[in-house]
Design a protein around this ligand. Structure first.
Ligand code: PB1
Length: 324
């Protein structure tokens, strides 16, 4: 039936009708809040390129995590920013490392908060790459050993989930084997499975001091034009033992997310990365857009495309604005 029998505006007439018939809804349960943890105490240092985001010492992180938990956000994702960095990323799996201490403190203070840890070497290496360097290139297989050791150290500290973001081939299988071998067979892997060599990571590298000192990440992170390859990456990670698959970044890759939703029946995560967040905040600060509405609209798009989980720096703001 067409107009005038059918009038689609009938169901848009009131906020009540729109609420009743909304097809996609954000929930606090969808949100994972990324946090940066640094050495020291009493540190709550704003990240210039990411308004509302801070580098936190462990004591300040615990306060932040209590607030996150009270807002109803189920999980945080921790990135360590150590003072000391070296070629092999020694701090990444140090028992007294900044992330390991952070996990212990947060799990002790806020046991109900799910703590996910980013497993990578880039924040811990003096060259800033996500793996070890041999002959001027990122050496894949030797890096797997360091990544597996790092994941086990996070699990030993009490991490609920480990999330490898390095994009080395075979890292999910290596980490799964190391976790199982260490008695951590109950710890899930949230794999950054389809992670693209994106321009949208700039603000993060500012916050985490993880910019590569030479070259770039295009020999291990995916080429942005490739969607079929992304599905291959996700399929391989699933076969290697990933429990949750991530697409990253989110908004510039909603087609990949939607294809993954159609292809896989496992939980999907999408990472609304630093550049996606910073752009909206910067435009809002200049009065060009309504930042709250634009951020919510972005997360709705990511959810509508098929994400079960959204990692976003906007988690606290969005959670506070969601109808109880
Ligand atoms: O918010 C972001 O931009 C996330 C950046 C992401 C963190 N997993 C990577 C960015 C990069 O390639 O530098 C870090 C890689 N381990």
């Amino acid at each position: 039936m067409s107009f005038p029998i059918t009038r689609l505006r009938r169901l848009r007439r009131s906020e009540a009708l729109r609420r009743m018939l909304r097809e996609t809804r954000l929930s606090r349960d969808d949100l994972v809040y990324p946090l940066f943890v640094v050495e020291g105490s009493g540190v709550r240092a704003p990240v210039t390129s990411m308004p509302g985001v801070f580098r936190l010492s462990v004591d300040a992180l615990v306060i932040e995590c209590k607030e996150v938990h009270d807002l109803g956000i189920p999980a945080v994702l921790l990135f360590g920013v150590p003072d000391e960095k070296d070629a092999r990323g020694s701090g990444a799996d140090a028992a007294d490392g900044v992330v390991q201490r952070a996990v212990e403190a947060v799990k002790s203070a806020v046991p109900g908060l799910c703590v996910v840890t980013d497993v990578c070497l880039c924040e811990y290496t003096d060259h800033g790459h996500c793996g070890l360097i041999e002959d001027g290139d990122v050496a894949n297989d030797p890096s797997l050993v360091r990544l597996a050791e790092t994941a086990v150290s996070h699990a030993r500290a009490g991490a609920d989930v480990v999330a490898p973001s390095d994009m080395m081939d075979g890292r999910v299988a290596a980490i799964r084997a190391a976790l199982d071998g260490g008695g951590f067979d109950a710890v899930p892997i949230l794999s950054y499975a389809a992670k693209f060599a994106s321009a949208y990571y700039g603000p993060f590298r500012d916050a985490a001091e993880s910019t590569p000192q030479f070259g770039d990440r295009r020999s291990y992170q995916m080429d942005p034009p490739n969607a079929r390859e992304a599905l291959r990456e996700m399929r391989l990670d699933l076969e290697e033992g990933a429990d949750i698959l991530m697409v990253k970044p989110a908004l510039p890759y909603l087609d990949v997310l939607a294809r993954a939703r159609a292809e896989f029946d496992v939980p999907l995560a999408a990472y609304h990365v630093s550049g996606e967040y910073a752009m909206v905040r910067a435009a809002a600060e200049r009065g060009w857009i309504d930042g709250d509405r634009a951020m919510h609209e972005a997360l709705i798009a990511i959810k509508r495309a098929g994400a079960d989980l959204i990692l976003t720096y906007a988690a606290k703001d969005v959670a506070a604005q969601l109808v109880p």
